[in-house]
Ligand binder design. Structure first.
Ligand code: FAD
Length: 387
């Protein structure tokens, strides 16, 4: 089979990054792929992977080693996301949330005590975190969030609710964004077991079925002042976390596309119709050629974005462009791959339909496809159309 590294992008990687790709790909092939279809069918979260991800080193790869992180660069993190999502988007979601939306804000906005207390356990997978920004009435417009904290004796009282929160039903801690008495958005760490805090599961998803999604409900939860993230003040702090997570999504989508493309190439060579392999028909070749072209463009975009992240120069709109483009690319590849497999494409004998359904969430979360377009539109014109 023609390599999916059509532009020799591997040559741009360091020996360490190549090794990381290989090790995480093997993990996906050996650990995730053989079991994930069953978990997705049963809409069950494979909880055992939390500890395994910790052992693999994919939680907090960019966090310094002194806090249990990997001390690695952003291209390495991206490659990990790509290889985990080759297995399943739900699993990459768990990794992204833990790394970019829980560990990163604690590292970036937390006190030294908070870093010491939470980061090593999050890195090892002994504790699982979630990130609560979205509310029932505030999705694309998180600036309007209603969850609030008010000062009380011994700390703060947290009231309100969050919706569509990945990992929530199994999370030990939650990074929650609430409005304070000054009207500013403030990040706080909520721990399971605090009185008045519950995490009901959201059922009935046809997408990311192996990911546990839930609500976060706060009924006069007493938050000790040590659990306030001191530097997580203002919506910008929450949006910075999302930039980090979206970066991982841009890479992860490539993993899905690679899995679909490679499956389609294999199948089309083996499936005979009209006494020929279907890969010999021009219309199949057109699909495969376009898939590989789009994958290659996405790989280059992600790699360059990784370099800019390493240099601290990546902008929100560059991240928006990469997330939007690469997820749309993966959807296009998954849809074409599904057609190439004919009826077999809808079954669980192949990963394509699961990937395709997963991507319907990936294109919505971390900022919808259209909101990212509007972020780019605002950058180009100076006129934000979403406000
Ligand atoms: P809305 O904001 O209601 O948007 C609906 C539609 O209107 C979209 O097409 C949108 O593009 C469009 N739209 C909205 N505003 C405009 C505008 N100004 N101009 C043009 N079009 C507009 N959130 C978290 O905080 N933490 C999580 O861990 C998390 N995990 C998730 C997991 C899953 C499986 C899913 C599906 C969602 C998750 N989310 C999470 C929530 C996700 O981030 C939101 O769904 C997303 O931001 C969109 O919000 P919404 O669903 O309320 O859609």
């Amino acid at each position: 089979m023609l390599t999916t590294d059509f532009f020799q992008i591997e040559e741009l990687l360091t020996p360490e990054q190549r090794l990381i790709t290989q090790v995480v790909k093997e993990f996906s092939d050996i650990e995730i792929k053989p079991v994930i279809e069953g978990y997705a069918q049963r809409a069950e979260f494979p909880q055992q992977f939390v500890k395994k991800f910790g052992e693999l080193g994919v939680f907090g790869p960019t966090i310094p080693k002194e806090y249990g992180g990997g001390g690695l660069d952003y291209v390495s993190y991206g490659l990990m996301c790509q290889e985990i999502e080759r297995g399943d988007s739900s699993m990459r979601s768990t990794v992204s949330v833990q790394s970019s939306l829980v560990m990163w804000p604690i590292y970036q906005f937390g006190s030294e005590e908070q870093k010491q207390k939470y980061l090593p356990g999050l890195a090892s997978g002994d504790i699982l975190g979630c990130f609560g920004l979205t509310e029932p009435d505030h999705g694309s417009d998180p600036g309007g969030l209603k969850t609030y904290i008010s000062k009380t004796q011994g700390g703060y009282l947290l009231n309100g609710s969050k919706m569509w929160i990945s990992n929530a039903p199994f999370a030990d801690i939650a990074i929650v964004w609430a409005r304070n008495e000054d009207g500013r958005v403030q990040g706080v760490i909520v721990e399971r077991g605090m009185e008045g805090f519950s995490t009901p599961t959201i059922h009935g998803k046809w997408s990311l079925r192996a990911s546990a999604t839930g609500e976060l409900v706060f009924d006069k939860v007493l938050i000790p002042k040590e659990n306030i993230l001191p530097d997580a003040l203002g919506l910008k702090a929450a949006l910075q976390c999302l930039d980090h997570a979206r970066y991982g999504v841009a890479w992860g989508a490539i993993g899905v596309a690679l899995d679909c493309y490679e499956t389609a190439v294999r199948y089309s060579g083996e499936r005979f119709q009209f006494n020929k392999p279907i890969s010999s028909f021009q219309l199949i070749q057109k699909k495969l050629a376009e898939m590989l072209t789009e994958i290659t463009k996405a790989q280059l975009l992600a790699w360059r974005l990784g370099i800019l992240m390493n240099e601290g120069r990546a902008t929100t709109s560059q991240i928006s462009m990469a997330k939007r483009n690469n997820v749309e690319m993966a959807l296009m590849v998954a849809r074409d791959a599904r057609q190439i497999l004919g009826a077999m494409g809808i079954t669980d004998s192949f990963p394509i339909m699961r990937h395709m359904m997963n991507l319907e969430s990936v294109t919505t979360y971390e900022g919808t496809h259209d909101i990212h377009l509007l972020i780019l539109g605002a950058e180009i014109t100076g006129n934000p159309a979403f406000k």
